[in-house]
Each structure stands twice: as C-alpha cells, then as structure tokens.
Design a protein around this ligand. Structure first.
Ligand code: COA
Ligand code: ZN
Length: 311
C-alpha cells in the first residue's frame, strides 16, 4: 500500500497576487484546467477580494464560475470577508478558503480587521453557507503568519492554537496553517503541526509554506513527520502577500511533487505535464522571477513515481 499525499495548487491565487501582468481570465482558467489534468488534488482558482485593492482578481466571478463548472469538487477560492464568501459561493466553487492572520498587525494590514472581528466575520460566513449551500460548500479556515510576521515579528504559538480552536468551534470544515512570509523552520513546524493535528481531530489540515528563506521543503518534511498529508504549492514557485513586507514565492509545485514521490508518497501528479504548463505560464508573465529546481535540472534518470516504485 502506497500512502497518499495531496497538493493544492495556489498559483492562480497566491501566485498571481504580486505579478505585474493582469492575466486574462481564459489563461487563468487554462491554468486551473491543466493543473487538474496533471493530477493535482485541488486548485485555488481565484480570490474574492476588493478589485480596488487587488485588480488582478477583478475577474474572480468569471474565473470561478467557469473553473467550478470544469473542475467540480477540485475548485476552491479565497475570501477575506462575508462579501467575498457570498460571491464565492454564488460562483459555484466547492470550497471557500477564509483567511485571517495570527498576527494582529498583519491582519489589520491585510484585511483591515482585528482578529476578533475576523472571527466574527467567519461566524457570519458559516451562517450564510448553512443557509444557501449546506452540504455543498466546504469552509476552510486559513491562519496566515502562523510562524512569524514581518510586521510584528514573533507570533506566539498559543495565538495560532487559539484561532484554530475558535475556527473549529465556529464550524470550519478544515484548517490551513500558513507561513505567509517564510519564517518557519522545521523544528517549529514539527511542534506546531503536532498540536494543530491533535486539536483538529478528523478535520483535514493543510500546510501552506513559502520558500522565502530556503526552508520550504525542509518544512514539508517536518510537517509530514508530524502527520500532515496536504500541502499548498504554486507552479514555478510564484506567490506572496502584497500586504506583508518582504513576502515572496510559495514552495514550488513541481519540486514538492518530486520530494513527496521520492519519499514514497503517491501524489498522482504528472510532473512532466506540470513542466509543460510551467513553460506556458512563464511565457504569459514576462519579467517575473520563477522558483524551483526541477524545471531547470530535470528529473533524475533514477526517478520513479511512488506508485510505480512500490510495485
Ligand atoms: N469583493 C469585492 N469587493 C469587495 C469585497 C470583496 N470581497 N470586500 C469589499 N469590497 C468592496 C466594497 O464593496 C467597497 O466598494 P465600494 O467602495 O465601491 O463601495 C470596498 O471594497 C471597501 O469595502 P469595505 O467594506 O470597507 O471593505 P472591508 O473592510 O470589508 O474589506 C478587504 C476590505 C479585506 C476586502 C480588502 O482590504 C481586500 O480585498 N483586501 C485584499 C487582501 C488580500 O488580497 N490579501 C492577500 C491574500 S490573503
Ligand atoms: Zn501564501
């Protein structure tokens, strides 16, 4: 029996937040479609934020509507407030990822609310979801800056655990623990993720790492050791929060798939198909910096996907 691990592509959301090019909706949809065709578990297809704040996502409703129709249960979207969640649910996506920060300062900078106000907003979103889409739309509670903040510095673990508990009590179907600014180290990840998994019980937990200081994949290994089996990743290592100083790209999808497969976890991902998609995405985004190593070096001759290696 080969154990499975899941990747959720966040390139069309996190990956596009800071790029200079406004990508046409058809290309975003193509990116989502080809990601699922390459075997990824889920895709965060867009972000329902204020277009005046992030113009890249002015087309969120259109992208989400088409992506949800094409992708089905694989499509999720980010929302920072009730208005965003209402728009996301109306678009037909199967999951809405609500985001708030463990750092009060980053939460104020990013979503213009205190943490208490964000949790109150999440409770309103649960009520709305239950009224219009009960059993059809999953609500994820994401905790940004869980491992540290470029504005506030250290973020107490107790704050992250308290927000996780509040999310679960209010009705989050799953948790996403995010290292928004690449402050996490493997020891910190092992400790926090063990505690998060024990309070989450049977509700799924995803880790969302950025590779800002080169520890992204080391943190994945630590999270695996703690028991995490779901990871957010971004094609070509794009990504970063526009409201967190010094933020940069997510862990790279192709490299993370390669790591997980090499460790014996079946991801279902066709890395060659991702590399082909990456070439197109790079050509769509001139002037951007891309991350990851497999795209440049290629897979080793010795590489075998976990499912084949186990035979
Ligand atoms: N979708 C579309 N428009 C939205 C919206 C949403 N989710 N939330 C607010 N708006 C619009 C309002 O309609 C209003 O428009 P108007 O001035 O034309 O009337 C304007 O934005 C301001 O509304 P307000 O109620 O003051 O906003 P808010 O305080 O509830 O929320 C945020 C502001 C959080 C939505 C906004 O700061 C934002 O979108 N931030 C993006 C953060 C982000 O993308 N971070 C990276 C990912 S974590
Ligand atoms: Zn991120």
């Amino acid at each position: 029996m080969v154990e499975q691990a899941h990747l959720r592509e966040v390139g069309p959301r996190d990956g596009l937040q800071m790029v200079g090019t406004i990508l046409p909706a058809e290309r975003k949809i193509d990116w989502c479609r080809r990601t699922v065709a390459a075997g990824l578990h889920r895709v965060e297809v867009t972000s329902f934020v204020a277009p005046s704040v992030v113009p890249q996502f002015a087309d969120a409703a259109e992208v989400a509507r088409v992506a949800a129709a094409v992708l089905g249960i694989e499509a999720s979207a980010l929302a920072p407030n009730l208005k965003g969640a209402e728009r996301a649910i109306a678009s037909g996506v199967a999951a809405v990822n609500f985001v708030m920060s463990a750092s009060e300062a980053h939460n104020l900078a990013n979503v213009r609310r205190s943490r208490t106000q964000s949790l109150e907003e999440f409770a309103r979103i649960v009520v709305h979801r239950d009224a219009v889409a009960s059993g059809r739309v999953l609500l994820s509670g994401c905790i940004a800056t869980s491992f540290g903040c470029t504005i506030a510095g250290a973020v107490p673990e107790a704050d992250v655990l308290e927000i996780a508990e509040r999310y679960l009590a209010i009705g989050a179907d799953e948790l996403i623990i995010a290292d928004t600014v690449g402050y996490a180290n493997p020891a910190q990840v092992r400790g926090l993720m063990s505690r998060i998994l024990s309070i989450a019980g049977d509700r799924p937990v995803t880790c969302h790492f950025h590779d800002t200081r080169g520890l992204g994949l080391a943190n994945v290994v630590s999270a695996l050791e703690a028991g995490v089996r779901c990871f957010d990743t971004s094609l070509a290592g794009l990504g970063g929060c526009p409201f967190a100083p010094g933020a940069s790209g997510n862990i790279d999808t192709e490299d993370t798939a390669y790591l997980l497969e090499s460790l014996g976890f079946d991801t279902g991902v066709d890395i060659a198909a991702l590399l082909e998609l990456r070439r197109d995405v790079e050509s769509w985004l001139p002037g951007e910096q891309f991350g990851g190593n497999i795209a440049g070096a290629g897979l080793p001759k010795t590489y075998r996907p976990a499912a084949l290696a186990a035979r």
